[in-house]
Design a protein around this ligand. Structure first.
Ligand code: TYD
Length: 213
């Protein structure tokens, strides 16, 4: 089987987690070996970087560099070997999150992010003409006002979850811009529906993209 790389994106509160688990079960039922992972994180080093990036105050460049440093380790240690084995890699967030959060949210230079993206996602398996990107990105699109209601009182917020709604409005616009730039990769799901209805959209969209049989 050929490797499959699916990422999941959306503002905090968009409700990705249960659908990632459901997709893992659906793919396993079709005989695939599934690797569930997340960013920032997914390796011992990247999980240490995650703890720093999500809890310590820092300037946007430092934040972006930590995200990409974690991503490089994760790609080389986990994602590339899994894809080489033919596994399905389901990754809770990937580079689109950096463009949405550090780029659109924090207002950090998108060209610098694009340069880092090229450096970090250049891998042997792709060669020098391209970079590693997810085959499909499931984007849980949700109104920031609805996300704020969902998050309110849910748990102790981390550095990003405690940002004001205006920040998430910019992050949401950042995701929309990334999706518009690469519509074939993105599957937009309307995340303001009941969980079962959201899952039906995920399932139907992934069938249309050939990810699910
Ligand atoms: P999240 O994926 O929501 O995990 P949890 O459900 O455990 O809270 O948390 C990751 C946070 O990190 C989220 O607020 C988005 C942020 N983030 C960035 O700012 N840039 C990135 O490149 C990535 C991958 C995540």
């Amino acid at each position: 089987m050929k490797g499959l790389f699916v990422s999941f994106e959306g503002i905090d509160g968009a409700g990705k987690s249960t659908h990632i688990d459901a997709l893992a079960a659906a793919l396993r039922a079709q005989g695939r070996t599934v690797v569930l992972t997340r960013e920032p994180g997914g390796t011992p080093l990247a999980e240490k970087l995650r703890a720093l990036a999500l809890n310590d105050a820092m300037d946007p460049l430092t934040e972006a560099l930590l995200m990409f440093a974690a991503r490089r380790d994760h790609l080389l240690q986990v994602i590339e070997p899994a894809l080489a084995r033919g596994d399905a890699v389901l990754c809770d967030r990937f580079t689109d999150a950096t463009f949405a959060y550090q780029g659109a949210g924090r207002g950090f230079d998108l060209e610098v992010l694009a340069t880092l993206e090229r450096w970090v996602q250049s891998v042997d398996a792709i060669g020098k003409d391209g970079i590693r990107q997810p085959d499909v990105t499931v984007w849980f699109d949700l109104d920031p006002a609805v996300a704020a209601q969902r998050l309110a009182g849910a748990r102790v917020p981390d550095k990003f979850e405690s940002q004001p709604q205006a920040f998430f409005a910019r992050v949401a616009a950042g995701y929309a811009a990334r999706a518009a730039a690469d519509p074939r990769r993105f599957l937009r799901v309307r995340a303001d529906q009941a969980r079962e209805a959201v899952w039906r959209e995920v399932e139907a969209g992934l069938r249309a993209k050939g990810v699910l049989a």
